[in-house]
Design a protein around this ligand. Structure first.
Ligand code: 13P
Ligand code: ZN
Length: 332
């Protein structure tokens, strides 16, 4: 039905904070995952937050980030028209090196929100860079997410060997000085393949940050990165402690690969020539009696399976976050 601008998205988070549920923020780099997510979110009547990292933009644009972001933004805006939910787009882990693209995204109204990740800089430098992006976005309605603390692991070009937990007092000063709309915090999660059972989650830190911001009337949504692998119970605890936006990427990547792997492995004999047939596809094996089966190797066949698996996964995660039946559009 609609592509949500920053002001719409602000209302999405406000409602979630007021009613005590969260929103998964879902990374994409191509359309199979996007369509799978749209289907799942529409089925559960939940508004949808999509995210694109600089690496995903480069991938979608054949190496050109501006082109890739434009393609993905237009694709999302066009597809959103056919689903009865609000769909928003966040730039994920954009750094000080991405300033020209951040400016293009703001000027072209390509996105609903932007994460400026200066978390590996000193506190003062982080404040300076984050506030600069807030000022760039002023008047556009686009929300700005800034990060304080460090998330362990690798996300695109942002890597950290260690986790640094966010200090609640610093968080208050950081938000006062940057005027960011969302705050990404570090409480022990990791980017990438981390198992919930091995993660030492300091949910009390999230709770304390939430309380300190509230005391100073700065109750902005808290964001948690690196949530793939967390158990449903951990997700609920995190939301209970005041986290509103939960970032997911690795889980979808795994489901994508596993679906394609299982399908191709089950159909090897209709795609790969048997022994005795020369493995040369230039004539599509016309020299032999063997023919590959187009109804298995057409990429749309595995693509549909991937979409269905992403839909199923999205529904599981929407139910964990509790955002089902809360789309703003339903309330008209
Ligand atoms: P995961 O890869 O652990 O899901 O984290 C995603 C993320 O934080 C994107 O910003
Ligand atoms: Zn992240």
């Amino acid at each position: 039905m609609a592509f949500f601008n920053g002001e719409d998205l602000r209302q999405v988070y406000k409602k979630a904070q007021a009613e005590g549920y969260g929103l998964m923020a879902n990374n994409i780099a191509e359309t199979n995952v996007l369509i799978g997510l749209l289907e799942g979110y529409a089925k559960r009547c939940s508004d949808l937050v999509i995210q694109v990292s600089p690496g995903a933009a480069a991938f979608a644009g054949g190496g050109n980030r501006t082109t890739g972001l434009t393609i993905l933004s237009y694709t999302i805006q066009q597809l959103a028209k056919y689903y009865p939910i609000g769909v928003s787009l966040n730039l994920d882990h954009f750094t000080v090196n991405d300033m020209p693209l951040i400016k293009q995204a703001i000027d072209g109204s390509l996105v609903s929100s932007i994460m400026i990740d200066a978390s590996r800089e000193s506190f003062e430098e982080n404040v300076r860079i984050s506030h600069q992006v807030v000022r760039m976005a002023k008047g556009s309605g686009i929300l700005i997410e800034a990060e304080l603390g460090k998330i362990k692991g690798m996300e695109d070009e942002v890597a950290s060997d260690e986790a640094f937990y966010t200090d609640p007092e610093e968080a208050v000063e950081f938000i006062k000085r940057t005027e960011a709309d969302l705050l990404a915090i570090s409480i022990g999660t990791q980017h990438g393949v981390s198992k919930g059972r091995d993660v030492v989650l300091q949910t009390d830190i999230a709770k304390r940050i939430h309380e300190r911001l509230e005391e100073d009337s700065l109750l902005i949504p808290l964001v948690l990165h690196g949530t793939s692998g967390l158990l449903a119970q951990q997700i609920q605890e995190i939301i209970h402690c005041g986290v509103c936006k939960l970032n997911k990427d690795t889980r979808y990547q795994y489901e994508y690969a596993r679906t394609a792997h299982d399908f191709y492995r089950a159909h090897t004999s209709s795609i790969v020539p048997p022994s005795g047939v020369e493995d040369n596809s230039s004539g599509l094996f016309s020299e032999s009696n063997w023919t590959p089966n187009k109804s298995d190797f057409d990429p749309r066949v595995v693509g549909k399976l991937v979409r269905a698996k992403i839909t199923e996964t999205a529904i599981e995660l929407i139910d964990q976050a509790g955002s089902a039946n809360h789309t703003l559009l339903r309330e008209g």
